[in-house]
Design a protein around this ligand. Structure first.
Ligand code: WQD
Length: 345
């Protein structure tokens, strides 16, 4: 009998890559998604890659009755991996109430429903944005979190506080919060990848959409930072490495190896790369010259963010294995394949 895991937001970018790694590890995957920022085509793409079609339920987790019903139906699940949330930084600044409502209603209904039906393991999709401008580098998990610049980032910070209180109040319930640095890249098959709605906020999809002719040129937001080449530094991590960390994390809870009611881990490579280094890597990997222009800084950007990654290795035996060129090559392969088939979402 396979161990069942519920993946909320499992049709999304990181959720779908995690579903694939769970299936490869012989888990029975139940995907819940409202398809507000994803497509049901992902289910058939997961089948094409793994030969397995995960159970899919289209659901709005802001609806408490629907959520309780689906968790009752799958009350034999060993745990939940929770990706379901709005995640566009810029949009969250324009529409804060939509972000607080969606991200907190979904989280609270999920926590309440799963514990009501005896599902007591929870993995949370968090973000390095909770650190704000870090006091020290590399950033360790005990680095003081600050009020993130965006409402999106604030939903992640407050969600971790909700998990702290809930796991303290409920001895049976355990959680792990995974703080992603900068996820980029795509599955090596080219069948799934990042599908940003509209104009991408993030660097990697903007680069590949520029190279494939969807965008005129990349705007590089500032080269006057105190970094090696003046452009900001980030810890880019391959989405497949990130997905594998979720398998390690849910197994840690299933095997009752956790040592705290709530554990928190950075998911990064520990290496920082500047925007210019990412552009240079893209040009090396693709053989193309990227059209870009240096413009002013983007509000809210911090100069440097990269992770201390020892804790995830010590406790979960996980570390990132793929390098920047592999990340960028997979992102470029996905963009070309996706555009060639001229697939919509
Ligand atoms: C990276 C670097 C930009 C676009 C955000 C969220 C974080 C996580 C990852 C969800 C920065 C520069 C970007 C462009 C540019 N998201 N850039 N031109 O801001 O580090 O993190 O996405 O979990 O929570 O905060 O990622 O890719 O937007 O930017 O020059 O068109 O690329 O200034 O230095 P960021 P990003």
């Amino acid at each position: 009998m396979k161990t069942k895991i519920i993946v909320t937001g499992g049709c999304g970018y990181i959720g779908s890559h995690t579903a694939i790694e769970l299936i490869k590890n012989d888990f029975d995957v139940i995907i819940l998604d409202d398809l507000s920022n994803s497509t049901e085509k992902t289910i058939s793409r997961i089948h094409k890659i793994t030969g397995v079609t995960p159970t899919f339920v289209k659901i709005d987790l802001k609806d408490p009755l629907a959520t309780s019903t689906v968790f009752k139906m799958h009350n034999d699940a060993a745990g939940v991996i929770h990706f379901a949330a709005h995640k566009a930084v810029g949009e969250s600044v324009q529409k804060p109430l939509m972000y607080y409502k969606n991200n907190f209603y979904s989280l609270l209904n999920t926590l309440e429903s799963q514990s009501e039906h005896g599902i007591n393991n929870f993995i949370f999709s968090s973000s390095a944005t909770v650190y704000g401008t870090p006091n020290t580098l590399p950033i360790t998990e005990d680095n003081e979190t600050q009020r993130p610049f965006s409402p999106y980032g604030n939903t992640k910070k407050i969600a971790e506080e909700i998990l702290t209180d809930f796991t303290k109040s409920n001895d049976a319930f355990s959680a792990i919060s995974l703080r992603y640095f900068n996820p980029i890249g795509a599955h090596p098959s080219g069948e799934i990848g990042e599908l940003p709605n509209g104009i991408p906020n993030n660097l990697m999809p903007y680069i590949t959409q520029t190279a494939v002719g969807l965008r005129d040129k990349l705007m590089v937001y500032g080269n006057d930072y105190l970094t090696k080449d003046g452009t900001p530094i980030r810890d880019y991590i391959h989405v497949v490495d990130l997905a594998k960390a979720h398998v390690k994390a849910i197994n840690r809870l299933i095997d009752h190896k956790q040592q705290q009611p709530l554990e928190t881990y950075n998911l990064g490579t520990g290496n920082g790369f500047s925007v210019m280094e990412v552009i240079e890597s893209f040009e090396r990997v693709s053989g193309l010259k990227l059209n870009y222009e240096i413009v002013g800084r983007r509000e809210g950007d911090v100069p440097q963010l990269f992770a201390a990654t020892d804790l995830a290795y010590q406790k979960m035996g996980w570390k990132a294995e793929l390098g920047l060129d592999e990340m960028i090559d997979s992102a470029w392969c996905w963009e070309q394949k996706h555009r060639k088939h001229n697939t919509s979402k």
